[in-house]
Write a protein that binds this ligand. Sequence first.
Ligand code: NOJ
Length: 522
Amino acid sequence: MTSPWWRGAVFYEVYVRSFADSNDDGVGDLPGITSRLDYLKRLGVDAVWLTPFYPSPQKDHGYDVADYYDVNPEYGTLADFDQLIASAHELRLKVLCDLVPNHTSNQHPWFQAALSSPDDPHRDFYHFADGKPDGSPPNNWRSAFGGPAWTRDERSGQWYLHLFATEQPDLNWWNPEVPAEFERIVRFWLDRGADGYRIDVASALFKRRDLADVPMVKDPLSGMVRPDPAFLIIDQPQVHEVYRRWRQILNEFQPQRVLVGEIFDANRQSRYILPDQLNMAFALISVPWDAHVWRHSIDTDMHALRGPGVAPSWTLSNHDVVRHVTRLGGGFKGRERARAALLLLLGLPGQVFLYQGEELGLEEVDVPPEARQDPLYIHTQGHHAGRDGCRVPMPWKRGEPNAGFSLAAPWLPMPPGWDQFAVTAEEASATSMLSFYKRALAVRRRFSPWLPPSIAWRPAPQGVLTYQRERLTVACNFLSHPVSIPACGRLVLASAPLATVRDGRLTLPANSAAWLDSAAVP
Ligand code: NOJ
């Protein structure tokens, strides 16, 4: 039996608003993406995940959907979507859409109808509840964007639930009409050729029915009183039935369609990643640059998803976190480590998710306060720096206005010198991050289909990690000075030019990694 196309595949996250702007209005769009598919093909990815492109007031940049069946006019039309799919498939690239089932925009007709009267049939599409007798919200739940998870509807005096921004009311999945609506939505984009979905906050759909307060408990370490982390608001068992239904729908389509859940908690994933539910969830490695900590993080994800046909989906960055070059120390050091980190993860069994611009070595941008747009920044009044810094548009062309992204001012400003990372500049250099990514993905493609789905850690000095996956040995030096370790095999890939294998020893410069192929030993 051949492996399904997604197993071991490399996915590329396109943040639609910031990828490529075809009509020079300062925001990315679907025709822009279509015009750049050949770039993604040359990079060597298998599939593209598009962040939400549906009509939306953009209060959370598309994660507040006002119509699940159309394209935001800023981004194009349904015909543009069809064209994108057709062009991608011609290039043998798969395309995933982003499904946002936990909440809608407050501008969605369902919510507008719900607001119109407590007796409206759509009222029960959402969670409306009476406040407490003292006038406070129905319970003490907090929004992920700061403040209470409830906003008062002045007209009726009731409160509605939103785990994210006020403008993102949560849907009531206990109402059978909500799952029924989403089954139609799931079919709609599959019928148009989508190859699957990334599911936003996939474990959150059902909230605990009693809407009980989260108990406050004393933290044993700090002695501070805080909400009990063991008290579950979300992750209710009924969500699995929804994914079983969706899986049945996906099974009607050929070739296989996929479901990728936005679930980061490794312990939770094994309940979702099952043959009759989701295919994948993210293993985001976002820990300090320390061999011991990385090994622990990798082991945790490998352990959570083991068994036939399941493996982690390794991720270093996405549109919600600080870019990893910056997390890993920034500047030259951050880029050295980012290269090494890529090799460490590319050798592992499982899928890999890249975030647009990481192949250029982009860093987090310090967006000026007046230009920031992220609700996380706005709702926390700047206490949280927000996520704009990882969403600054892609630099395409060196020496052109706005680095070739747009003739109009981009929706988020680019910092000075952004075009030094432009695709044209990096394509012209054999030592650029982009050339390195291409090389690494090409070598992985030659290896990974033949490698078993398990690894064995090998003894290594402090600060160094080495694992073996049959004929492949991967070694990574986390230290800030070179190391020399016993090794056998031919050097097939290295993150630093000075890595060498000689006389049975591998020399790894500071912050670097290498791949050795023992099958190539004479
Ligand atoms: C996760 C998305 O990745 C993030 O960007 C969004 O703000 C929240 N879900 C709410 O939809």
